[in-house]
Design a protein around this ligand. Structure first.
Ligand code: HEC
Ligand SMILES: [Cu+2]
Length: 265
């Protein structure tokens, strides 16, 4: 049962604070899988959905009747990939690759969670494995490649302010709100506010704003997003932070400018 060799599909699974990334090594397909339970349900609503804290925006999709090898690592701290119905629980450790495997007979959704206490949002990085027929798996791979092509094309064109704000809000809520909070109020002194203060409203600090989002801030919890988010997402989230919550700077960052910055480094 420990023999992960001769698998049909290899998927590199990387733990991040606080999401999983799936990379299908032979298929040129990779994506992040984020918690899909709305924050209102977590912090406000009395009624919770059926799959509360166990649902994601992009599940790991695999074909039935196929040996899947999972290679596990982490980007920041130790996480653990745990899907009870697949009898898999394996640590994801920065600088190491662990391996495990599974094979699913019945199409369906198999849910799990991070099982290594990994910081503030440890409870908010669930796992959803969706088993489909081999035919549907091929269709899914195509749809992922198509989505990636659309995303890449996004940095070739000019974006309108409305469009950047909409995309920026979605990106912010998924990748930034855990620390900086949904209204940009932060959680001082750990996580700074972005509303009405600091570099997000300073007209001379647009470059510093881009730099901290792309490269993070060493020695603090602020992650580098340059390799995580697309140029469109980065441009949109910076535009959003500079214009949401009354920040109203009017500054607009184009995805092409972010791409040019990334290429010049
Ligand atoms: C894990 C927590 C965490 C997450 C997630 C996070 N940040 Fe931060 N962020 C921080 C911390 C901590 C600082 C303060 C760094 C320092 O002390 O210089 C910071 C600082 C910043 C600053 C500088 C604020 C100022 O006025 O100096 C900006 C801008 C920023 N973050 C944007 C973002 C964006 C955009 C995202 C999402 C794409 C994001 N952050 C996600 C923790 C986080
Ligand atoms: Cu974790």
């Amino acid at each position: 049962m420990y023999d992960a060799s001769e698998a049909d599909i290899d998927v590199l699974v990387t733990g991040y604070q606080w999401r999983w990334r799936y990379e299908y090594l032979e298929e040129n397909v990779s994506f992040f899988s984020n918690l899909a339970t709305p924050r209102e349900q977590i912090y406000e609503a009395d009624s919770k959905g059926d799959n509360y804290l166990l649902e994601v925006d992009e599940p790991m999709v695999v074909p039935t009747g196929t040996k899947i090898r999972v290679l596990l690592t982490a980007n920041d701290v130790i996480h653990s990939w745990w899907v009870p119905d697949l009898a898999v629980k394996k640590d994801a450790i920065p600088g190491f690759i662990n391996e495990t495997w599974f094979e699913i007979d019945e199409p369906g959704i198999y849910r799990g969670q991070c099982a290594e206490l990994c910081g503030r949002d440890h409870a908010f990085m669930p796992i959803e494995v969706k088993a489909v027929t081999p035919e549907d798996y091929v269709v899914w791979l195509d749809s992922r490649r198509e989505a990636a092509a659309v995303e890449a094309a996004g940095s070739d064109r000019e974006w309108e302010m409305d469009e950047l704000m909409e995309r920026g809000m979605a990106t912010y809520n998924t990748y930034c709100a855990a620390c900086h909070q949904p209204e940009g109020q932060g959680l001082p002194p750990m996580f700074p506010a972005l509303a009405g203060t600091g570099i997000t409203i300073d007209p001379d600090a647009l470059d510093a704003h881009k730099a901290i989002v792309l490269h993070g801030q060493a020695g603090t919890a602020m992650p580098a997003f340059g390799a995580t988010l697309s140029p469109a997402e980065i441009a949109a989230v910076i535009t959003y932070e500079r214009n949401a919550w009354g920040n109203d700077t009017g500054d607009l960052v184009q995805p092409s400018a972010v791409r040019a910055l990334l290429e010049s480094q």
